[in-house]
Design a protein around this ligand. Structure first.
Ligand SMILES: C[S@@+](CC[C@H](N)C(=O)[O-])C[C@H]1O[C@@H](n2cnc3c(N)ncnc32)[C@H](O)[C@@H]1O
Length: 443
């Protein structure tokens, strides 16, 4: 059976550990928070949303989808829902057009229809949805999400992103001292994650990959008690319901569940909220199960935002090589941005040599730099590399990975890199850092 190592990170979102790579997929301080702080907020999506009618995003290493889901969450909260809640509460003369009718704020709840002619009387979000349609008309979101791991990608809509009450002294469900030490430090500013996001992602994935319902690994994982509390019961029920629909003749045992599910399907506000969301039909999740290097060979898109969330360069250099970055250069729109969590000198040097302008990502809440941004437009760099950072690029630490044909495996790329470092005359990074520290002390 496919082995998963899930646990609750400090913000209540599920994080994963990879035993084979001895690496974490997500930060223990919060998988969702990390996606926001390292990818979504520094990308400044509001710039693209207000300027364009469509945004194209490339999510390299989709995993369980935090970066893509966070983008949609950000968009719904900031451009559809929140904006409209403010309108409803503050505007005395509300007039918004939906289905060509004008609504005033008299008895708003009783009179608002949703855009598909259904009437909602008891659900604020539906009211917001109706409003939002007129706020940002037909904005399109296209996300190409790539990962080699089909099982993780299929499980992405199931994982809980917003567990409210993690028990005190929460214990890791497997053994790993490093992760254990980092737990039980609740994240201060928890991000609100909208319930409908996972439903939207589930619908999109199930539509594109109906094989999900027959996948033995998925069925087994969803059935296993070991994992059940990491998955959203609602999405599991939706899965069961759709699964039973695809069998032509229902076994007797399924019948009552099926009937129950039809009912469930029709009354569930959460389901309606998701599929009636103004963005539902304008959102494309183009999920590809493939090596990102191969996938991009046949892709002619230019992206506004590229999220690069591969395992660390020392373990997965295939997605951090200068040759891969040259491919990314061709896929980045002139005012686009590549965001990554890596601060590595080799990564920054590879970006520079592939033709990008390179800067740092600054995180306000921790008052630290925590990643790298690469662009084709130098005006988009807010936090430049310092003289110290640039000096580091000229040491052995700045020697980048190479993968000329974009087909080498990680071990081969690591071996070639090691030889290049050993044969290099550049100074070591430790000597550079010592000299630098001494110079600063002397000043
Ligand atoms: C750090 S995790 C990504 C976490 C993810 N962004 C999320 O929100 O869950 C790294 C991912 O890279 C994927 N991966 C590794 N090599 C890859 C490759 N050559 N092409 C595409 N994906 C790859 C792994 O399957 C893994 O899911």
């Amino acid at each position: 059976m496919y082995q998963l190592y899930p646990y609750f990170t400090n913000d209540g979102s599920v994080g994963l550990y990879s035993e084979s790579d001895n690496d974490i997929y997500h930060s223990t301080y919060g998988a969702l928070t990390e996606a926001y702080e390292k990818f979504i907020l520094p990308a400044e999506p509001e710039y693209y949303i207000s300027k364009y009618n469509e945004i194209k995003i490339l999510d390299i290493c989709y995993g369980i989808g935090y970066n893509s889901k966070s983008f949609l969450n950000f968009y719904l909260k900031n451009f559809l829902i929140n904006k409209n809640i403010a309108t409803i509460h503050t505007n005395k003369n509300i007039s918004s057009i939906c289905n060509d009718k004008i609504y005033t704020n008299n008895n708003l709840q009783d009179r608002l229809p949703i855009c598909n002619d259904e009437v909602y009387t008891n659900n604020n979000s539906c009211i917001n949805s109706a409003y939002s349609k007129s706020e940002k008309q037909n904005f399109k979101i296209y996300i190409k999400a790539i990962d080699t791991d089909k099982i993780l990608a299929f499980l992405s809509p199931f994982v809980i992103c917003n567990k409210k009450n993690i028990p005190r002294n929460y214990k890791l469900p497997f053994t790993n001292e490093k992760i254990s030490k980092m737990l039980n430090k609740p994240t201060k500013n928890k991000i609100e994650f909208l319930d409908e996001i996972n439903v939207i992602f589930f619908e999109k994935i199930a539509e594109k990959y109906p094989e999900i319902f027959k996948n033995e690994d998925i069925k087994e994982i969803l059935k296993s008690k070991k994992y059940s509390h990491f998955f959203e019961p609602f999405i599991c029920r939706l899965f069961e319901m759709k699964q039973s629909q695809i069998y032509k003749y229902l076994p007797l045992g399924y019948l009552s569940a099926f009937l129950h599910n039809i009912h469930y399907h029709h009354i569930s506000n959460r389901y309606k909220k998701a599929v009636n969301s103004p963005i539902f039909n304008d959102f494309v999740l183009d999920l590809k199960i493939e090596d990102a290097r191969k996938e991009l060979m046949h892709d002619s898109n230019r992206y506004n935002l590229i999220f690069l969330d591969a395992f660390t360069p020392a373990k997965c250099p295939a997605l951090w090589s200068i040759d891969f970055f040259k491919v990314l250069f061709e896929h980045l729109e002139e005012n686009g941005k590549i965001l990554t969590y890596s601060n590595s000198a080799a990564v920054r040097n590879a970006f520079l040599n592939a033709g990008f302008y390179v800067g740092k990502i600054y995180n306000e809440s921790s008052n630290k730099y925590m990643g790298t941004i690469a662009t084709k437009n130098k005006n988009l760099i807010k936090h430049k590399l310092s003289d110290y950072d640039l000096g580091l690029l000229k040491t052995k630490a700045g020697i980048y990975y190479r993968d000329e044909n974009l087909t080498a495996d990680n071990d081969k790329i690591i071996a070639l890199h090691k030889i290049e470092v050993e044969n290099s005359n550049l100074i070591s990074s430790s000597r550079y850092i010592k000299t630098h520290n001494k110079l600063t002390e002397d000043l």
